[in-house]
Design a protein around this ligand. Structure first.
Ligand code: FEO
Ligand code: CA
Ligand code: CA
Ligand code: CA
Length: 652
């Protein structure tokens, strides 16, 4: 554990040549510069990255002062860093032409005001530089869900159509324009880029399921124009400059009324949903009246952050499940490869390989790239072998006789297709990160306390998910290429489009001294539990963010693991050091860097929340006052920017 493929290069015949970067594919820099501003921003970023990666290589990796575990209601960073709260729930988004609307500490802002303010519960986030200044850019930020106990002055004691509208307005995505001057970051007011996307924003379908009968509703008889995006969890940035936002626990917003049907049950839909109570005032979420509306969620949505008038596109070729994130890299021949986790116990890891190559010219030149290609699901075999199984209608068992008459059936019922294909049931796949130089892929498996329960062999501990009652989670790494028995080891070249791979564990999370063997970890360095957010910086250091629940901590007997945290790890050695700890009851998420690596943005999600408290207006206040302090009222999720006090590269 903790060892990389680097040391196994000889054994596996590993070729460390990286996949090409976007500007290598172009081959003609001036041509790119004539293309869209997105491509310009991307190109600027890439060149800056290269320069700074070299600088960082000279500095000491993990050179910061590690922080201890903490139970304080505070964000703690190394002493040589400072952290600035940038964008809290309720802060003005800065939309051009909108009157500034102040946040009311008693949560009395109307739903119309909420449409101009930051949503709740920030999660996945990406930074898009706008020009030559690496510290002037756009942040696209997911607002995963709402705590309606906090969102309204009297919580959920009464329930009205207005409250449903406010809850929907606090979901979705923010695009904000941010800039640093003299070490201070701020959100630009009156930005021509700023926008809010909500659970009601008009969108479009594209790809194999667009217009299919399963997507048609009374309000949209053509099955082409869904409204809104929900439970946007992790995210990704494409090489052509767009934001991919991912719909995770959308099932919880629908009420099936009676017993859910088999296809509804396969996606965790229930009679009453998770208690959002939208269906009481918005018929769309009543699955009895509108059974196909739920098929219109569970997708990856592509947003052009540079164009506030763009209609977001739901890319059905990438499959419908509880999408955690969408991490895009390039194959050797320049096609887009998107890695995606389906975050539920015993669900799968997927990848999409585009048919066509990425073209220079930003979004305008790549508008249909994610509509054509092959969707695969992962099978993790014994002894570190792995295989990508194609989910293609007509192949193997994906036939009309088995319920898959078209590729639309395959992508809408993606979980069922992956079941038929024989994929490996994983311990809740969360984020995927791709090493910027080696192409090695890392994934967090956050936890699965049900592993080992029941009698199904696929739910028992296996090679890739080795612990029953896995409350602490683990991280797997793999390298793409021909590596299976009978394959040629010399072709384990890291080409992201390969259909085979070789995997190993990077770390099993948990305290190495835990009493119960299942809860012990193999981390080389500072301990953590339930890894979730995962991102490489351009220097090749791996940033790990955690989302361990209080119930898991109690079960594990931990008194000292403390609040959720972010750590930095060296993938070559496995060495892991704690970089920050969050306030009480929060999850740490949304890690993204400026291209010069002088700033890292993170999100503090749901400060003050414990497992049983959603919807209770009294409890969260007692647990956390972050970030506004005891006199500030309600705890608020927020984007935070962290920089070294001396202006140096973060993490070194
Ligand atoms: Fe929204 Fe799987 O975390
Ligand atoms: Ca997550
Ligand atoms: Ca999580
Ligand atoms: Ca979360």
């Amino acid at each position: 554990m903790g060892q990389g493929f680097a040391g196994d290069s000889e054994q596996y015949g590993v070729n460390n040549t990286p996949n090409p970067s976007i500007h290598e594919i172009d081959g003609e820099r001036r041509h790119v510069l004539r293309c869209t501003t997105a491509a310009v921003a991307l190109l600027m970023g890439s060149h800056t990255l290269t320069a700074n990666a070299a600088t960082a290589a000279k500095g000491k990796a993990l050179g910061f002062t590690g922080v201890p575990v903490s139970s304080a209601d505070a964000l703690v960073v190394p002493p040589e860093y400072d952290a600035q709260v940038l964008y809290r729930w309720g802060d003005a988004t800065g939309i051009a032409g909108s009157a500034a609307t102040a946040f009311n500490a008693d949560a009395s802002n109307s739903w119309q005001e909420q449409l101009l303010q930051s949503g709740m519960h920030h999660d996945g986030m990406e930074y898009f530089p706008l020009d030559k200044n690496p510290r002037h850019g756009l942040l696209a930020i997911n607002h995963e869900y709402t705590d309606d106990g906090l969102l309204h002055s009297d919580g959920m004691l009464t329930w009205t159509a207005e409250k449903v509208r406010k809850s929907q307005a606090a979901h979705g995505v923010s695009v904000i324009e941010v800039v640093e001057r003299a070490g201070v970051w701020r959100v630009m007011p009156n930005s021509r880029y700023a926008r809010r996307i909500t659970a009601s924003t008009p969108m479009q379908f594209s790809g194999p399921a667009a217009g299919h009968a399963l997507l048609k509703t009374a309000a949209d008889p053509e099955g082409m124009r869904p409204l809104g995006t929900l439970n946007n969890c992790a995210a990704g940035q494409t090489p052509w400059g767009t934001f991919l936002t991912c719909e995770e626990n959308w099932n919880g917003y629908f009420a099936t009324g009676d017993k859910p049907g088999p296809d509804e049950a396969r996606y965790g839909m229930t009679a009453k949903g998770f208690g959002y109570r939208w269906h009481e005032f918005d018929e769309r979420f009543n699955a009895v009246k509108h059974p196909n509306e739920a098929n219109r969620f569970g997708w990856v949505v592509e947003i052009d952050p540079q164009d506030p008038t763009q209609t977001p596109i739901k890319r059905t070729a990438l499959g419908r499940f509880k999408h955690e994130g969408a991490t895009t890299t390039l194959s050797r021949d320049g096609r887009a490869v998107v890695y995606m986790g389906d975050d539920e116990r015993f669900e799968y890891i997927y990848k999409f390989v585009s048919r066509d190559k990425v073209k220079p010219g930003g979004y305008r030149a790549n508008k249909e790239l994610l509509d054509h290609g092959t969707l695969y699901v992962a099978r993790f075999d014994e002894q570190g072998y792995g295989r990508w199984l194609p989910l293609v209608q007509g192949q193997d068992k994906l036939t009309a006789a088995n319920g898959f008459a078209s590729q639309a059936d395959v992508v809408v019922k993606c979980r069922q297709a992956a079941d038929v294909a024989g994929a490996t049931k994983m311990d809740r796949p969360e984020w995927v990160a791709v090493h910027p130089n080696t192409g090695e892929v890392f994934v967090t498996l956050t936890n699965n306390s049900n592993r080992g329960q029941g009698s199904q062999p696929a739910r028992m501990a296996n090679a890739a998910n080795p612990r029953n009652d896995n409350i602490m989670g683990h991280i797997i790494r793999w390298r793409e290429g021909k590596g299976s028995p009978g394959g040629s080891a010399s072709r384990l070249d890291g080409d992201a489009s390969a259909t085979e791979f070789r995997w190993m564990h990077f770390a099993l999370a948990g305290d190495p001294n835990a009493e119960k063997a299942e809860y012990r970890g193999t981390i080389k360095g500072d301990m953590y539990g339930s890894p979730d957010g995962l991102q490489f910086d351009a220097g090749g250091m791996l940033w790990i963010q955690t989302d361990i629940s209080t119930s898991a901590m109690h079960k594990g007997g931990y008194k000292n693991i403390g609040n959720n945290m972010m750590l930095c790890a060296d993938p070559a050695t496995g060495e892991t050091k704690r970089f920050l700890t969050g306030p009480a009851g929060c999850e740490i998420t949304g890690v993204t860097f400026t291209p010069d690596r002088r700033a890292v943005f993170i999100n503090i999600q749901h400060p003050g929340e414990t497992a049983s408290e959603r919807g209770d207006p009294a409890q969260p206040k007692a647990v956390s006052h972050w970030p506004d302090g005891p006199t500030g009222g309600r705890p608020r999720s927020a984007t935070v920017v962290i920089r070294r006090k001396d202006g140096g590269i973060v993490g070194t």
